[in-house]
Design a protein around this ligand. Structure first.
Ligand code: ADP
Length: 253
């Protein structure tokens, strides 16, 4: 792929324990894509992300991100990527604006906190303390913080696990807005509706290998062309539609 911003070539990972978490994977992500990595627990998704993010060494193979070699130029790669933290920990008694200024300072940058907060729907909370935020709000703050240095690629590991339907949909829109800012997004998820809605392409991993990689539509077509059939049940609405209809799309916190 010519416009690829991330290229993973024949990568393997064997932990010190002897576990072969990743067994030779290759893929490329195009600039501006939302790319999903799916697979059952233990498939090697997190290990793959951690190698790209320079958090764990690559056993063999190579990874290039925006022209930088992940193994040889980790400091450069760290400047080029943003990582959404799993459990965002912020100091209490700090305002949201201060949090973003601190994050920017860590990258030797200045930031316009209000602009960042506006982009995640938290502008009116600029002077609130982190401890007064709800779980969903904290998560949006963590995304603003992870983007404060204007990375080229943003990584999200199971971003909507544990969120209520309103917060989940809100986060989907946020992911699309992040992409609209020109940032490439790589995410993992266990939710197939989420992958279908958000991802341009999906890699499905199992036992350390990529077993399929394509657009959601092509993956479904390929399954059907293999003769897959299931009982047809046409429902005009599902339980999530009921929930949203009764409780509204408005974000609660
Ligand atoms: P996934 O994110 O798809 O659930 P992981 O990348 O977390 O998969 O794990 C892949 C395999 O590597 C699993 O067998 C897991 O137990 C193992 N593993 C993950 N992290 C470590 C580690 N730090 N040390 C040893 N084994 C690990």
């Amino acid at each position: 792929m010519d416009r690829s911003i991330l290229s993973v070539q024949d990568v393997t990972k064997t932990y010190d324990t002897g576990t072969q978490a990743v067994r030779g994977i290759s893929f490329a992500v195009a600039e501006g894509e939302i790319f999903g990595i799916l697979g059952p627990n233990g498939a090697g998704k997190t290990t793959t992300l951690e190698m790209i993010e320079t958090l764990t060494p690559i056993t063999s193979g190579s990874i290039t991100l925006a022209g930088a070699d992940v193994a040889k130029e980790p400091a450069k790669v760290k400047q080029l990527i943003g990582v959404q933290p799993q459990a965002p920990g912020f100091q209490d008694k700090t305002t949201l604006s201060e949090v973003l200024e601190l994050f920017a300072a860590a990258y030797g940058m200045r930031t316009d906190p209000l602009e960042s907060l506006r982009s995640v729907g938290l502008a009116e909370k600029a002077d609130s303390f982190v401890e007064d935020l709800s779980g969903g709000q904290r998560q949006r703050l963590s995304i603003a913080a992870a983007l404060v240095h204007k990375p080229k690629v943003f990584f999200m590991d199971e971003p909507t696990t544990g969120l209520d339907p309103q917060a989940r949909r809100n986060l989907w829109e946020l992911v699309r807005e992040v992409r609209a800012q020109g940032i490439t997004v790589v995410l993992t998820t266990h939710y197939m509706d989420e992958a279908r809605y958000l991802c341009d392409r999906i890699a499905i991993m199992d036992t350390g290998k990529i077993v399929a990689l394509d657009t959601p539509v092509n993956l479904i077509r390929a399954l059907l062309s293999r003769g897959f059939q299931k009982e047809q049940r046409v429902e005009q609405a599902d339980l999530e539609d009921v929930f949203i209809d009764l409780t509204g799309k408005e974000l609660r916190d």
